[in-house]
Design a binder for this molecule. Structure first.
Ligand code: KG4
Ligand code: ZN
Length: 323
């Protein structure tokens, strides 16, 4: 079974052809990051305009590249995302499905993030159901139990900002460009993650909820108070320390809630997906947290390119919706 996937929910225009849910036969992703960077974040209308500008050409080239393959369905990232951007992909996908006379499958792109591990060739052993999912992106922070690909339940969510959004806002406070996550990861390498003792959010609470707004405010307060006092030569060290300390606390917050969810469910596998999972530091923090707390849990985090938005996870996940 071959499914063609389309993703336009945010700032990537992406096409992919995936066989039997796991083998990526072709993929192409065009990023708009450079267009949004001057604004410090994604501007929905600008995103939609860019998708409109690029999708026809990208789609035509992609169809030429995959000529000769039979296509059984067209899947499109739908429902969750920036509405004007999502609509561009939906309209294009509907036209394509009609032209190919195949079914059109609308896919929840947040849930599809979990599928990165299945299409990533590096994972010879795939997770087995049931497992705990952790979805960490620019718009979502969710703990999800998966009984099967299509039977899942959200057991924890953020009460305010999503984690990726917090990374982007903190980066902007520190004068770093958009998208903030990779910038914070890069600059934190040179910083001391124990330099600023930001409190871990909701640490004492038993709930599986997340919160990043308080942490973001703590960073802002610290930066507003201290940055101007720093000697020009030392400012970059100050920024690196704040980035590293923020990153450590944000990831420890995830680790603590994952620990609670694993205890509650009795599951022994954690599958992570979404843009923030692209961070190598996140994997490091989770590994060392599990080791330190003697938590038995197999950790699955796909390669960077299958963490951030891409059409391959959309097409791969969609195979679960076809008989
Ligand atoms: O899943 P995604 O590509 O798009 C959404 O569905 O939101 O996630 C984008 C988010 C952005 O907030 C970006 O800053 C964050 O993922 N991100 C990272 C890293 N790479 C991307 N956050 C932390 N560390 C990273 N290395
Ligand atoms: Zn996403």
């Amino acid at each position: 079974m071959r499914i063609l996937g389309i993703e336009t929910t945010c700032d990537e225009t992406s096409f992919a052809l995936v066989e039997n849910g796991t083998t990526v036969l072709a993929e192409v992703t065009m990023s708009q990051v450079a267009k949004h960077a001057p604004y410090g974040g994604v501007v929905p209308e600008l995103g939609a305009r860019e998708h409109v500008k690029n999708i026809e050409k990208l789609g035509t080239n992609f169809m030429t590249a995959i000529k000769g393959y039979d296509i059984d369905a067209v899947a499109v990232a739908s429902k969750v995302g920036l509405p004007p951007a999502v609509q561009v992909g939906e309209a294009y996908a509907a036209g394509l499905a009609k032209a190919l006379t195949v079914p059109l499958l609308p896919i929840n792109h947040v849930v599809a993030h979990i599928w990165g591990v299945w299409i990533d060739k590096e994972f010879e052993t795939k997770p087995t159901f049931p497992f705990l999912g952790l979805i960490v992106s620019g718009g979502h922070t969710q703990l999800v139990t998966f009984d099967s690909p299509t039977s899942y339940e959200i057991i924890g969510e953020t009460l305010d900002d999503a984690i990726g959004e917090a990374f982007d806002k903190v980066a902007s406070l520190l004068g770093l460009p958009y998208p903030g996550g990779p910038e914070i990861e890069r600059i934190a390498e040179t910083g001391d993650s124990l330099a600023v003792p930001f409190p871990i959010p909701l640490e004492k609470e038993d709930s599986l909820q997340f919160s990043f707004a308080g942490l973001k405010t703590a960073v802002r307060t610290h930066v507003e108070k201290e940055l101007a006092q720093q000697h020009e030569t030392y400012k970059k060290y100050f920024i690196a320390d704040v980035a590293a300390s923020f990153q450590r606390v944000a990831f420890l917050h995830l680790a603590q809630k994952v620990e609670k969810a694993l205890k509650q469910t009795g599951y022994t596998q954690l599958v992570v997906g979404g843009g923030v999972a692209a961070s190598q530091r996140l994997a490091d923090v989770l590994f060392s947290y599990f080791a330190e707390k003697e938590i038995t849990c197999e950790l699955f985090i796909p390669n960077r390119k299958y963490c951030t938005d891409n059409a391959s996870v959309i097409a791969g996940y969609a195979s679960n919706l076809v008989e």
